[in-house]
Design a protein around this ligand. Structure first.
Ligand SMILES: *Cc1c(COP(=O)(O)O)cnc(C)c1O
Length: 446
């Protein structure tokens, strides 16, 4: 059952912060899960083994020696973007996945990882590679010929398709990307330019994924990347936690009982924010607090976690159509696999209307010059919720954080944007400028 205040907010499409009453100290979670930090470390090791192969396949990655990672940027202007928070203490950072090489979004993490793992196991099964062999054998003509007779299929709102399309096509696979009818045209174009087959389905993302899954079942040569149910995507994303830990330590930022860490992550189906949260909770335990952001039009993870129901009521029954300009988050059903893995790890989830996305991406561009896409702006009101709302105060007080806020670190995770065409971005900016002006005018009248 949803608490009445949460359900009312969802039905009215008004913003809300839900606190996870199933949150548990990591000591109580650890033993129960079949997945642990060792799995995250193994995933990182695998990515490490593939660095030189990636640098060979993609000239863009040579300078970084095949390491697909983003910078952790000082966000000096970030506190100024908060609308309700006067207290501007603490450290403010931005994890700039909008600039991840090649794919320009957080999907590079999960997508590349799953396809490399798949290619490796297919090559081993086909007798073209032995476990422990140098991954460069995947580039041999024999292996490529084998991959060329195999297909990879994925359902995507855009960014996952780009990520899978890039690595899949580079390794020589045929790639099919199934999209919903409201997938952005330029994302479809970009995929076709990669040599990927784009199939556009009537209906929403969940429908596109289901049709793709059914189709793949009937084709024995097809490997289906199941965004709704993929442990490999989850593990690929989780590696970001180890990377962030290293970056924080390089900056000399401590995370402990006196120095809490808050991370704000946009959430679609759940894999990306879920994997990262899983890794960070295992690394930083109860000193790490993570809040997901979802559009008011499709708070699917919120409903799933708040009800603890593995078959939650469809959002349409609450009058929601799932339509949002945050196309990367336009998911009406959360991944059950991810939900069950993060049920007791997540601190809470807040919701965002589309207007805030445009206004915030505009204000970020004004102050820091960053170019992010609407989905990536979803987390920007997070610190306001935590530091300046009643529910936020409740969380801070329950976790005895009120006296440590001046030492807190806030990280806004900007999940995508580098590939947005210039003209499209100009439209985002224009829309954000109007919304920002309307808001300032309204508040000066009040
Ligand atoms: C996919 C996506 C997310 C969310 O990731 P999920 O795994 O779907 O929860 C956030 N931001 C952007 C830009 C994305 O493309």
């Amino acid at each position: 059952m949803l608490p009445a205040t949460i359900e009312n907010a969802i039905r009215q499409k008004s913003t809300v912060l839900w606190l996870n009453d199933a949150w548990q100290p990591i000591g109580e979670v650890g033993g129960r899960s079949t997945l642990g930090l060792e799995d995250v470390r193994n995933a990182e090791r695998r990515l490490g083994r593939y660095r030189s192969l990636l640098a060979t396949l993609f000239p863009e990655l040579r300078a970084v020696e095949g390491d697909i990672e983003s910078t952790l940027k000082a966000g000096d202007a970030l506190p100024g973007l908060m609308l309700h928070t006067k207290r501007e203490s603490g450290r403010w950072l931005m994890k700039a996945d909008h600039e991840l090489p090649l794919a320009g979004s957080i999907k590079a993490r999960g997508g590349f990882y799953e396809i490399l793992a798949h290619a490796e196991s297919l090559a081993i099964r086909s007798g073209l590679m032995r476990a422990g062999d140098d991954p460069s054998v995947l580039l041999s003509p024999r292996t490529r010929a084998c991959f060329a007779s195999h297909r990879i299929a994925v359902g995507s709102t855009g960014n996952l398709g780009v990520s899978i399309g890039l690595i899949g096509a580079a390794l020589g696979f045929q790639v099919d990307v199934h999209m919903s009818r409201d997938a952005k045209r330029w994302k479809q174009e970009r995929l076709r330019n990669l040599g990927v087959t784009v199939l556009v389905h009537e209906g929403d993302y969940t429908t596109a994924v289901s049709s793709a899954r059914e189709l793949a079942k009937r084709q024995s040569d097809t490997y289906f990347v199941d965004d709704e149910n993929s442990l490999l995507l989850f593990l690929g994303y989780s590696v970001a936690a180890l990377r962030l830990q290293a970056q924080l330590s390089a900056l000399g930022v401590p995370v402990d009982s006196q120095n809490p860490l808050f991370v704000y992550l946009p959430c679609g189906i759940g894999g990306a924010p879920g994997g990262i949260t899983f890794g960070l909770r295992h690394l930083f335990g109860d000193h790490f607090h993570c809040f997901f952001a979802e559009p008011v039009a499709c708070p699917s993870m919120l409903v799933r976690l708040a009800t603890r129901d593995d078959r939650p009521r469809p959002l349409s029954e609450m009058g929601l159509d799932g339509k949002t300009d945050a196309d990367g988050l336009a998911v009406t059903r959360a991944s059950e696999l991810v939900a069950s893995l993060v049920q007791s790890l997540v601190s809470g989830i807040f919701t965002v209307p589309d207007e805030h996305l445009f206004e915030d991406l505009y204000r970020l561009h004004q102050s820091e010059g960053e170019r992010i896409e609407p989905s990536a702006a979803a987390a920007f009101r997070g610190p306001d919720w935590i530091l300046s709302s009643e529910a936020g105060h409740e969380y801070l007080s329950q976790h005895s954080l009120l006296s440590h806020l001046s030492n807190a670190t806030h990280i806004l995770w900007t999940t995508g944007g580098a590939l947005v065409p210039r003209a499209e971005f100009e439209e985002f900016i224009e829309r954000g400028r109007c919304l920002a002006r309307q808001r300032t005018e309204a508040s000066s009248l009040a």
